[in-house]
Design a protein around this ligand. Structure first.
Ligand code: G3I
Length: 376
């Protein structure tokens, strides 16, 4: 064995060591959902048609998840791809019914998002867009009223790169109403389903760079404005698509969560995964680094007592959105990404051990309280 190889191997073992020795990693067949519940958390994953097409994948959800988020099926462009009058309800109906049948809490994602507007929407006048906005919320939230535990009412309100005042993400809804579209969406959603928990879901707040800081600033202002205006904001979602090639300060992000948790009362990690494109090719080393990123993030975030849910964005690597990006050449490597707790053979990876260990650590602590009510 060459010097180089043995050094790489040593580094890999070192990276894996804290997890390999943890009691959680020694019991890889434990289920994540119950472990999370013991820590006052709900654990789940996003899902799309693979849940129905792939029985082995479905088994993973049934074993580990107590919540399901719609990955694409409830998005505007998937519900209404062809025009204002034609609705494609089938896939969303099937997902909501699955959650109901299996006793999983359903998170509706995403009601209003300025990204991916279908062509027909972009061609409407602003007055028509305003009508479609109201009609869309009334129709979609009304259809599933009483069956959706949490709605991501507004997804990703901020993207400073668009250069709009206040750092708002540009798109048809911002153009039609200005930033007040957020409060309007929350109010209409509340009227259509008085019982659903209503959330604003945001990306990139975890990053400790100019983008992350700008979006955190925007979120602080937005939350204060919504609460002052009496808008029905029950929860905030933080996606947690971790990008280890960027700077992070998990303790600072947890401080931000503390601050917002004191105002809003419920915070969820809604789309957790780890982009491994900057990690080495060697699968063992890569998996250990991904797991370490999960561990470091969750160690800080789960100390915040208002954090109530941890949701992965899909469950197994080959169904991750990163797999699609890699296939399309949109990552710096074309190798199959490994961002999730299970591999393409549905086997638990070190990331699984990191999740389990983080849940177990929180359940051993007297604080945070929140032991009850992890069921929505
Ligand atoms: O299913 C079609 C397939 O039939 C077609 O051949 C192929 C050609 O491109 O496209 C497939 O659809 C893609 C779909 O993902 C598959 O699930 C769409 O092009 C693609 O745009 C779509 O991307 C989704 C993206 O949101 C945009 O809606 C991802 O799956 C989904 O995971 C991602 O989720 C977002 C969250 O909503 C918000 N936060 C970030 C997160 C990741 O980007």
């Amino acid at each position: 064995m060459s010097m180089r190889l043995s050094r790489r191997k040593t580094l890999g073992l070192l990276a894996a060591a804290p997890l390999a020795m943890s009691p959680a990693a020694a019991r890889p067949l434990a289920a994540l959902g119950p472990a999370a519940a013991r820590a006052g958390l709900i654990y789940g994953a996003s899902a799309s048609r693979a849940l129905f097409d792939d029985a082995a994948y479905r088994t993973l959800y049934l074993r580990h998840c107590r919540a399901i988020t719609s990955d694409v099926d409830l998005k505007f462009d998937w519900l209404r791809p062809h025009g204002p009058a034609r609705w494609e309800w089938g896939p969303a109906d099937r997902l909501v019914a699955f959650a109901e049948r299996t006793g999983m809490a359903f998170r509706g994602h995403a009601l209003i998002w300025n990204e991916n507007p279908p062509g027909w929407l972009k061609r409407l006048s602003l007055a028509e867009i305003r009508r479609v906005f109201d009609e869309h919320i009334d129709t979609v939230v009304g259809r599933y009223a009483g069956r959706v535990a949490v709605w991501d009412v507004v997804n990703e309100p901020f993207w400073p790169g668009h250069g709009r005042p206040g750092g708002y993400r540009d798109g048809p809804w911002l153009a039609a109403f200005g930033p007040s579209y957020v409060a309007r969406a929350l109010k209409r959603a509340r009227a259509a389903d008085p019982k659903a928990v209503l959330a604003v879901n945001e990306a990139h707040c975890e990053r400790d760079d100019a983008v992350g800081r700008a979006i955190r600033k925007g979120m602080r202002r937005l939350v204060d404005g919504l609460l002052e205006a009496g808008a029905p904001l029950d929860a905030l979602g933080f996606q947690g698509h971790l990008q280890p090639q960027l700077p992070y300060d998990d303790a600072r992000f947890a401080g931000f969560l503390h601050e917002l948790g004191a105002k809003v009362g419920r915070l969820d990690i809604t789309e957790l995964d780890v982009n491994d494109e900057s990690f080495p090719d060697d699968v063992k080393r890569r998996d250990a680094l991904v797991a370490r990123r999960y561990r470091d993030f969750l160690t800080h975030v789960l100390r915040v007592k208002q954090v109530r849910a941890v949701i992965n964005w899909q469950l197994a690597d080959h169904y991750s959105w990163y797999a699609g990006l890699a296939r399309n050449g949109e990552l710096r490597t074309r190798r199959p990404p490994r961002p999730l707790p299970f591999d393409a053979a549905y086997q638990p990876k070190p990331a699984f051990g990191a999740l389990l260990a983080a849940f177990e650590a929180r359940s051993r602590k007297p604080e945070p309280g929140n032991r009850k009510g992890a069921n929505r």
